[in-house]
Design a protein around this ligand. Structure first.
Ligand code: 3PG
Length: 400
């Protein structure tokens, strides 16, 4: 893929797609983790130092979800980390945003509002289709170039990610470059066992990831937690109790049971918890799988012990998504223990997804042994060998 070394971006106006989508505290509406906001420093600084004016564009959450919010707080945090004022524009592609972009001075940085406020952004379509979107048609004439640094969103074929490289001179940013080269290290077939720990809320993505890992025989063990574990328990014909079934039904997850069954039939090395920490009538108790009466909120102590033993023996460990509802202090234990064990193990550890990264807090890690990726779904799909549309279009569109 072309990098900033392959394009002449100096004294230009550049649109930079970043991914600062972060976990949001459902109670306060504030960001729970700002690690993705720190990650773009090198790209933005380099562009500013070369005399460019920089317009940042990103998404946050999905329509209908609690974390579907404006990017105002993000602009403040970016300003702090970049040590320069990042002006927040409460518009994406309307006349106000376009006028602001037109008048942006050399060396200045601004952040447009949540690109998913524009409904066509969420359509998954080809680069040539997205090149005709209003977003691309309205914004691209205002820019000399486009940089995609949003590794974490590169598995989405959405307008702001794939439409601009069709019409503008484009390159990957420094973060994208760093992610791709750090991750390439794990493809060494001599480094096994490879253990993948998958949890979190994006179940459809996790199923897609597991399908890929299983088909390509890339994982020696896939340890599941959270909703994805419940899905596989149901696919195995196990009883998870009617309250938990109801949760899966409400979230539309039961429709994935046939796909999960197929994965099991392919011989996928999928481990599911043997016990859970549940909430029942306001109390927290542990219950074994098949005798569940409460609502599942975390993996149980026995499961944590079994998963830890797999982690200790692994040469490569990939973690994405928590094992339980970590926003609630009572259900952090499972994810926390596995994270600590993974950090202490001698294997190479890759951590992805905002929630797991938020659990790291201020822990400093050895970058030769641990790669903290800004990617969640994108990271896993990349590791599973899937072609990521936003990367593909950069490599095929060529430098204009
Ligand atoms: C992520 O957090 O995985 C990316 O920001 C993509 O978000 P999405 O799953 O809502 O497309």
């Amino acid at each position: 893929i072309p990098t900033l070394d392959d394009v002449d971006f100096s004294s230009k106006k550049i649109l930079v797609r970043i991914d600062i989508n972060s976990p949001v505290d459902p109670k306060t509406g504030n960001l729970l983790d700002d690690s993705r906001l720190k990650a773009y420093n090198s790209t933005i600084r380099e562009l500013v130092e070369k005399g460019n004016s920089v317009v940042l564009i990103s998404h946050q959450g999905r329509p209908g979800d609690n974390d579907f919010i404006s990017l105002e707080e993000h602009a403040k945090i970016l300003s702090k980390y970049l040590d320069t004022d990042v002006e927040f524009i409460e518009d994406v592609m309307g006349p106000y945003a376009r006028e602001k972009i037109q008048n942006l001075e050399k060396g200045r940085v601004m952040l447009l509002d949540n690109v998913r406020f524009v409904s066509e952004e969420l359509i998954e379509a080809s680069p040539s289709q997205h090149a005709k979107s209003y977003l691309v048609r309205r914004l691209s004439p205002l820019f000399d170039g486009y940089v995609n640094d949003a590794f974490a969103a590169s598995h989405r074929s959405q307008a702001s990610l794939v439409g601009f490289p069709v019409v503008l001179k484009s390159s990957a940013g420094r973060l994208m470059e760093k992610e791709v080269s750090a991750l390439a290290k794990i493809f060494n077939p001599d480094d096994y066992p490879k253990v993948f720990i998958l949890g979190g809320g994006k179940v459809l993505d996790s199923v897609r990831i597991i399908e890929n890992l299983v088909k390509k025989r890339l994982a020696d063990r896939i340890l599941t937690g959270g909703l994805i574990a419940e899905l596989f328990a149901v696919a195995k014909g196990l009883d998870i109790g009617k309250d938990n079934i109801r949760v899966l039904e409400k979230l539309g997850i039961l429709s994935l049971v046939p796909r999960a069954r197929k994965i099991l039939l392919m011989g996928g090395p999928i481990e599911i918890p043997v016990d859970f920490r549940v909430e029942k009538e306001g109390k927290v108790i542990e219950e074994p799988l098949n005798k569940l009466t409460g609502v599942i909120k975390d993996i149980g102590t026995t499961t944590t012990g079994i998963y830890s033993s797999f982690i200790k023996d692994a040469k490569v460990i990939v973690m994405r998504g928590p094992m339980g509802i970590i926003e609630d202090e009572r259900f952090r234990e499972g994810s926390k223990t596995l994270l600590v064990d993974a950090l202490e193990s001698s294997g190479y550890l890759i951590i992805g997804g905002g929630h797991m990264i938020s659990m790291l807090g201020n822990v400093t890690v050895d970058s030769n042994k641990v790669h903290i990726s800004t990617g969640g779904g994108a990271l896993l799909l990349f590791l599973a060998g899937e072609k990521l549309p936003a990367l593909e279009v950069l490599s095929t569109s060529g430098v204009k």
